[in-house]
Ligand binder design. Structure first.
Ligand SMILES: *[C@@H]1O[C@H](CO)[C@@H](O)[C@H](O)[C@H]1NC(C)=O
Ligand SMILES: *[C@@H]1O[C@H](CO)[C@@H](O)[C@H](O)[C@H]1NC(C)=O
Ligand SMILES: CC(=O)N[C@H]1CO[C@H](CO)[C@@H](O)[C@@H]1O
Length: 276
């Protein structure tokens, strides 16, 4: 008897957990990303097969600040975006037991991380790849800060931001977000990034070890290599690029970023979230 009752309870609980009503559509306050469809509303009906794609989870507490990989997303130096990056060599449609995709893409595509080997060949040869990055640096309290929209990130701008000592992770939101550059498929060299003196100022005057930015490079186009060299020389600072910082309030969050363990790679896609 007792066993049957327990079984019934368990089934009820399972039913409740699986019920469509437990999948809440809480993204109303956070408009969907341009060019994509917010399916979270229609997904509350279970009569259609609509996968839920979200930017925000946990009743507005968890923000996905990773860009979705799409064929249309901008890709470094390319006119027409990333293009095809997924193939389906084995498909159920033509007789396989399962679908098994393969992917091919530059490791510095979309939201990604740079390892020291990116701009220092002797670091590359020594093996300072993405697998050697310190997860402690990539996970912990961090500051999302708005950068004045009329300038690249120079020493003067860095100074004006007054980021307190002790802040170890900083995500810089710039004009790139306003211009929605990560949603335009043509690569745009006029993005905002760090000038060499801005990078130098950060290294010398702050405790920041994780630097995040909202386009494909932390370094302004005109200071591309010099800024990277300044940041990556000490092998302490980790650069996270092309973060999706739309529709998130500035302030302190718990930052969580996890790169792939690609042995020998100086870059890797990375999944980043902010938790309030
Ligand atoms: C099976 O599907 C794959 C991927 O679409 C394709 O390359 C292959 O030619 C197909 N094979 C057959 C027998 O249709
Ligand atoms: C930032 O620098 C780039 C060149 O690297 C330039 O095209 C762009 O206009 C600058 N942006 C601002 C807001 O000054
Ligand atoms: C049965 C099944 O899930 N088939 C899918 C295999 O993958 C292709 C391509 O992504 C889908 O179109 C099929 O529906």
């Amino acid at each position: 008897m007792a066993e049957t009752a327990t079984k019934t309870m368990t089934s009820l609980l399972l039913l409740l957990l699986l019920s469509p009503f437990s999948a809440t559509a809480s993204t109303e306050a956070y408009p969907t990303i341009p060019g994509t469809t917010d399916t979270s509303v229609s997904a509350s009906h279970n009569d259609d097969l609509n996968p839920i794609r979200r930017e925000v989870y946990g009743d507005g507490r968890i923000f996905d600040i990773t860009h979705r990989y799409t064929t249309d997303m901008p890709s470094w130096g390319r006119e027409n975006g990333l293009g095809q990056f997924l193939w389906l060599p084995a498909s159920m449609k033509n007789g396989s037991l399962a679908n098994n995709s393969e992917m091919k893409l530059p490791t510095h595509t979309g939201t990604h991380v740079d390892a020291p080997g990116h701009v220092y060949d002797h670091y590359f040869d020594a093996g300072f790849d993405v697998d050697t990055l310190d997860l402690e640096v990539l996970n912990g309290p961090g500051l999302l800060v708005d950068v004045p929209r009329n300038s690249n990130i120079t020493a003067e701008v860095m100074k004006s931001l007054n980021i307190p000592k002790g802040v170890r992770r900083a995500l810089f939101r710039t004009l790139n977000t306003d211009r929605k550059l990560m949603f335009k498929n043509q690569f745009d060299t006029s993005y905002v990034g760090f000038t060499k003196d801005g990078a130098q100022w950060l290294v010398e005057n702050t405790d920041i070890k994780m630097v995040g930015i909202d386009y494909l490079s932390v370094a302004a186009w005109t200071d591309l290599i010099p800024s990277h060299l300044v940041f990556l020389k000490g092998r302490e600072i980790i650069l996270v690029e092309a973060l999706k910082l739309d529709n998130v309030q500035p302030g302190i969050y718990s930052v969580h970023c996890l790169p792939l363990r690609l042995l020998g790679a100086e870059g890797s896609p990375i999944r980043c979230i902010l938790i309030k």
